[in-house]
Design a protein around this ligand. Structure first.
Ligand SMILES: Cc1ncc(C[n+]2csc(CCOP(=O)(O)OP(=O)(O)O)c2C)c(N)n1
Length: 205
């Protein structure tokens, strides 16, 4: 299963959500499908996408929050899972793309260094870790149909959910992103205000 196909499958459904991605390959691939102002690309703060998502979800219970994460990032902040479970916002969905490596730092090139593998390559099951942390609805999916069903169900649902998707370690076609961090920092909260306005007026803005 390729991460880009997973993102493509849920992309239309992300229109009215607050979307937070970890930096690197996930962010670049989401951007390549078409930037939207309700997408926040969290740069540098590896491991903290779910923490940012948690804050937004608690502050904006009327808004569905979707966090797009990587296995290396989640492993850097495992305590984030216990905090998610503790507050369990019903409007938060945590989608983790597990490619078993730190893809965004590169590797695997002929003559270059090998991939930096993560603990999921040696047996750590992040969905089981999430369940152990107290997130009741946490599952591992291994093919695109299962991912699409689980992710869309979770977004439609009314319960904290975590979906861990086993994906190939494939680089995005490009890392090009023409959205400045500061621009994104200001446009994102404005986009969330519009989502609120839409909800409050029953769809009329
Ligand atoms: C605190 C911190 N350490 C290291 C980095 C460098 N870094 C950027 S992306 C990345 C790998 C992210 O791995 P993962 O979450 O598995 O996502 P993938 O790149 O595989 O899609 C690393 C180590 C960083 N940005 N911040």
């Amino acid at each position: 299963m390729k991460r880009i196909d997973c993102l493509q499958a849920i992309y239309p459904r992300l229109e009215d959500c607050a979307v937070v991605t970890i930096m690197g390959a996930v962010a670049a691939e989401l951007y390549s499908l078409g930037h939207r102002p309700n997408f926040f690309y969290l740069e540098h703060a590896m491991g903290l996408a779910s923490s940012i998502g948690l804050g937004i979800a608690l502050a904006r219970p009327d808004c569905k929050v979707v966090v797009l994460d990587g296995d290396g990032s989640v492993l850097m902040n495992l305590g984030g899972l216990t905090t998610l479970a503790r507050y369990a916002p019903r409007n938060l969905v945590h989608l983790v793309f597990d490619n078993q490596v730190l893809l965004s730092v590169g590797g695997g090139a002929p003559g270059g260094h090998q991939w930096f593998t993560t603990a999921t390559s040696t047996g750590t099951d992040l969905a089981a870790v999430a369940r152990g942390a107290g997130i009741r609805r946490a599952q591992l999916v291994e093919d695109l149909d299962d991912f699409t069903e689980a992710a869309l169900d979770a977004i439609r649902g009314d319960e904290l959910a975590c979906v861990v998707a086993r994906v190939e370690a494939e680089m995005p076609a490009s890392f090009h992103m023409d959205v400045h961090m500061l621009e994104n920092r200001f446009e994102f909260p404005r986009a969330l205000q519009r989502i609120q306005a839409k909800t409050a007026t029953g769809g009329r803005t």
